[in-house]
Design a protein around this ligand. Sequence first.
Ligand SMILES: [Fe+2]
Length: 150
Amino acid sequence: MATPLALQLLNTLLASEYVLLVATRAAHWNIEDASFVPFHELFDKQYNQISDLADSIAERNRQLGGVAFGSMREFIDHAFLTETSSHIGDARDFVTNLISLHETFISKATKTMEFFEETEDDDVTANQLQDWIGQHQKMLWFLKSHKFSN
Ligand SMILES: [Fe+2]
């Protein structure tokens, strides 16, 4: 059985994953760019990957005896990531924002992984966090590898 703090940290990650999920979906919808199609498709692919990650975080929470957040209000109230308002933007606009969100997520998830390793003594959850962080690093790499010409 996990401590209340451990469960809270997982729910905070879940809430933040949902902010990133919606931001990625909004990018898929509202991008207008000369390179529309590849970014529209990349954001769609990453949306699905983030959705799977959120599912894994919620299910780990349940396995440890917690109650997974399941409301938009809880996601917004507890996320450490901040939403931006809806707008039409170009690829650079959305990619820049998503890079920032992934970097913050990775930083916080790394601290959570260390907590599970050192304080919670739960290597299984720590290893899962390592996998989730790796997936975020790969998405970040895709976003960062496009070099804008101007
Ligand atoms: Fe779509």
